[in-house]
Design a protein around this ligand. Sequence first.
Ligand SMILES: O=C(O)COP(=O)(O)O
Ligand SMILES: [Mg+2]
Length: 242
Amino acid sequence: MTTASPLPEAFPFDGIVFDLDGTLIDSVPDLALALNAMLDEEGLPRVRHEQVPAFVGQGARVLVTKAMAAVGRPIAEGAAGAAELDRLHDRFVVLYEEKPVVGTRTYDGAEAALRDLHARGVRLGVCTNKPHGPTLGVMEALGLAPLFTAVVGGGLIPEKKPDPAPLLLTLEKMGVAPGRAALVGDTPYDVGAARAAGVPVVMVDFGYSPVPPAEAGADVLISSYAELPAAFARLAAVAKPA
Ligand SMILES: O=C(O)COP(=O)(O)O
Ligand SMILES: [Mg+2]
């Protein structure tokens, strides 16, 4: 990159945690591919790509549960339903890990923003509800993995965002105090985790939020990564002192 860094000289945070799906990457093409491969195996109708964003954000079990409901085969309550969900989830993850980056792309400007922060010595983390295994696979394949100090995917601990535990674990692995960090995400699950952890939050408006992004309660809303440096400057004003 030859562009001059637009980040403020005195950067207000030691570390930035990013959500993955809908924030750094548009993963819906490959999530849809794996879901439809799983549905084909079950002899069920496929989901349309435009249905899939509404399924993403709370982890793979919720993704599969919502997809099954969308094709008219909702997962039943009780032990039989739980066993079916386990089976379908495990198969979905296998299929997704086989082809995780056929159509997945980083959003415009995301990689440059990450490289800029990294070059300035800001520690970077990913905190995602996507299962941890495929998370690592996707990040490796897209060349993002070396930029991050810590990656916490779904299943490493039982809690998922909006619970603050995965975000706090990410920060612990990064060696960054919550009062010196910010989160960038795309859904109310990210905002909830950030609020509960005492971390200010930027929300992108181009992800997979199930509610209008402006109503999700983030501190700052951005429409492109070009707006991120200004968003951090505004966040610094709402951040708790270290
Ligand atoms: O896989 C999901 O459901 C969500 O992943 P995210 O937390 O990176 O948005
Ligand atoms: Mg997301």
